[in-house]
Every structure is written in structure tokens, then in C-alpha cells.
Design a protein. Structure first.
Length: 387
């Protein structure tokens, strides 16, 4: 593809810092870049503590464990998401409760969360239980899909009322804000991913942030094999080797240095798409809610088949013929084999968004001309099918 969807942009001190690792022999799981990276991520979002992890999925797994999720608990999570948070809930031997999106911003529908907790659950003996399954409901995992924040205040209020933990899947949303507050710091713990397709990357990597010292310490402990004695190999819990290496943290430090300019670039890409595609019949643009400041991670449009004259998949194929990479959104969790039949609150929104959505090129390193060409290709496509 001449114009890829979203690829890494390694334009800063990446090589210099990686060289430093090799020169100093700090290439493995401890080293100054790990500490620096953890500090930088935490400071950037205004959290007290940051713990690096080998990837975002591992960050979510450990965050759920330190939040006290127990086997057979239920955890509310977005139905329209990349599969990782739903899998992480299963790694903890808990069950996802799939919550539909609101139709406008692709995000977990806060009204459905509140309705499920108020009406499908019962508060007994200081615990919330699902009336149908009888299982304890212990946490909510809002996923800030596509980088845009979930309308989280009503969710936080319900979580307080029922003493639930909130673990944010902020893997796509580093740098985004909800009513001025950075995503990742809105709940008890927040998780980031630095996979290759995210706004910044360490190749593969993740982090957990929190303001709670005990949770931070427990997270570090579990991600580093639960070592209770540095010499005698004493482990009092089942730990994980979820460490990020110094080599990858070096990449992360260099990427963090550039994050503000990357977000600026993503915003500019959204502006270009908006200026050319605004008003094209059959295309609904990505929007920023009045209460949100998004990092515009993955620019995603919706195609109305009837008005546009083609469906989203046909548009994907037509763009591919022009060397432009695009991709549908994730298949909703309730349509996947491992999550068929888990509890849910659904109204068909995620399925519609899944059918209609197409993420289009938005790499930080793309030029204005690339983006303009993609937008113009979409305009021409519509003309060609409607003449
Ligand atoms: C990328 C991503 C993750 C974590 O991904 P890793 O590849 O494990 O770093 C988790 N949740 C969502 C919604 C994601 O997009």
C-alpha cells in the first residue's frame, strides 16, 4: 500500500537511545530507560505512578488482578472494542458483560451501564450481584475507543454507588481528555498500549497508571514475577513476566518526547478530512464530543450504503485498488465465538457501527497531500457510483 492506515513514526531520539542501551549493556528487563519511561508516561497524564508492561493486554490483565477481580466475577466492558480487554477479563477467570455503544462517538453507552447496574443487578450483603446469573459484579472497563473518551462521569458515579472498580482501557487514548482530565487517570487504574499501530510505539509495550500507591506497588510486583526476595527466589503470589525491556523503554522515551506533536498531527489530519469530506452524502465524519478532547488516534468514517452507493467493504476494496489502506472496525464481542452468550446490554448500535465504519489512513508521518488524496478518492468514488 502506498498510503498505509497507521504506521510508526520514528523521527526523534529512538536510535540514539537504543544505541545507549547497547553501549551500556542495559538491554534487558531493568535499566534507566524503564524508570524514565514509567515516570514520563505517569507525568504526561498526571498520574502519581506508572508501571511499564510488555504490552497493553498484559497491562489490562494485571490491572484487573490488582483491582481485586476474582474468578467468576462479572466485569462490564465495551461490546465494540478490540478483543484484548474482553480476553483479559477471561484471563482473570471473570466474565465480561458486554455493553453497547452510544451511536455518535462509538463509545460505551453510559446510560446502559447505569441501567444494567440499577435494574439487572441486586445489592445484597455489601455486594452487587447480577440477578440472572447470581454472579458478583465487581468492575467496569470502559474502553476509550479510537482515542475518544467515554462519557465516564455517570459511570464513575454508578461505580462509587455500588463499590465497583473502574479500570480504564486507555490503550488507544493517551493524550485524550475528558472534561479536562486525562484518560487513564479517571478510574482506579488506567492501561496504555504502545503497540506498533498506536499513536506512539515501543514496538510492543504497555503501562498501567494509578494514583494509588498500594495498587502501583502490587502492579509492579505482579509484572516482575512477584519477587519477595531479590536473592533467595521467594515468591508469595503467582507472578508474571510482563516486564518491558530497557531496549523497548528507550524507544518509548524517544516516542514520548514527540507525543504532543503527534497529537497535533492527528488533529490536523482530522481537520483535512473534515474540510473535504464534510457534507459528502453518505459519509458521517468522526466527531469530538463537547466534553472531550480526543487524540484522534484512528480516523474512522461511517458509510451509509444507500446514500453513498457502496457499502464500507466495497469502499475498502476500491481504496485498496488505489494503494490506500483502510480497515473496518472490530467485530463486536457478542459476535465472537468465545463471548457468545455472555451477559450483555445491547441494542444493535455496535453491529451497525461495525457494518458502516471504515478507518482510513492517518499515520503521523503521512503528508497533507496523502490525506488530501485519500479524501478526494472518497469524493470521486461517490460521484462514480451515483452518476
Ligand atoms: C491495542 C489495544 C489493546 C492492547 O494491545 P497490545 O497489543 O496488547 O498492546 C487493548 N485494548 C484495545 C482497545 C486496544 O486497541
Amino acid at each position: 500500500m502506498q498510503i498505509p492506515l497507521s504506521i510508526p513514526h520514528l523521527a526523534g531520539n529512538e536510535l540514539k537511545y537504543v544505541e545507549e542501551c547497547i553501549r551500556t549493556n542495559f538491554v534487558s528487563s531493568v535499566g534507566p530507560f524503564v524508570d524514565r519511561f514509567e515516570r514520563m508516561v505517569a507525568d504526561f497524564v498526571g498520574a502519581r505512578y506508572g508501571v511499564a508492561a510488555v504490552n497493553g493486554t498484559a497491562a489490562l490483565h494485571v490491572a484487573l488482578l490488582v483491582a481485586g477481580i476474582r474468578p467468576d466475577d462479572e466485569v462490564l466492558v465495551s461490546d465494540l472494542t478490540f478483543v484484548a480487554p474482553a480476553n483479559a477479563i477471561r484471563y482473570a477467570n471473570a466474565w465480561p458483560v458486554l455493553i453497547d455503544s452510544e451511536p455518535r462517538y462509538f463509545e460505551m453507552d453510559a446510560n446502559r451501564v447505569v441501567d444494567f447496574l440499577d435494574n439487572a443487578c441486586r445489592w445484597t450483603n455489601g455486594e452487587l450481584r447480577n440477578k440472572t446469573t447470581g454472579r458478583r459484579v465487581s468492575a467496569i472497563v470502559p474502553v476509550h475507543v479510537l482515542g475518544h473518551p467515554v462519557d465516564i462521569d455517570p459511570i464513575l458515579e454508578a461505580a462509587r454507588k455500588y463499590e465497583l472498580r473502574v479500570i480504564e482501557d486507555a490503550t488507544e487514548s493517551i493524550g485524550s481528555r475528558y472534561r479536562g482530565r486525562p484518560t487513564g487517570t479517571l478510574g482506579d487504574l488506567g492501561c496504555f498500549s504502545f503497540n506498533g499501530n498506536k499513536i506512539i510505539t515501543t514496538g510492543g509495550g504497555g503501562a498501567v497508571v494509578t494514583n494509588d500507591e498500594a495498587l502501583a506497588r502490587h502492579t509492579k510486583y505482579l509484572t516482575t514475577q512477584a519477587k519477595d526476595d531479590p536473592v533467595e527466589y521467594i515468591h508469595n503470589e503467582i507472578g508474571y513476566n510482563y516486564r518491558l525491556t530497557n531496549l523497548l523503554a528507550a524507544l518509548g522515551v524517544a516516542q514520548m518526547e514527540q507525543l504532543p506533536s503527534f497529537i497535533e498531527r492527528k488533529r490536523r489530519i482530522a481537520q483535512i478530512y473534515g474540510s473535504i469530506l464534510g457534507g459528502v452524502p453518505g459519509i458521517t465524519l468522526m466527531e469530538e464530543a463537547p466534553w472531550a478532547s480526543t487524540n484522534w488516534w484512528l480516523y474512522t468514517i461511517r458509510i451509509d450504503e444507500e446514500q453513498f452507493g457502496m457499502d464500507s467493504r466495497a469502499v475498502m476494496r476500491a481504496l485498496a485498488e488505489r494503494g490506500m489502506q483502510s480497515r473496518p472496525l472490530w467485530r463486536p464481542m457478542h459476535m465472537l465465538v468465545p463471548f457468545a452468550g455472555v451477559p450483555s446490554s445491547l441494542g444493535g448500535v455496535s453491529e451497525r457501527l461495525y457494518r458502516e465504519s471504515l478507518s482510513i489512513p492517518c499515520s503521523v508521518g503521512s503528508t497533507d497531500e496523502d490525506i488530501t488524496n485519500v479524501a478526494n478518492a472518497l469524493v470521486h468514488l461517490r460521484r462514480s457510483v451515483t452518476v
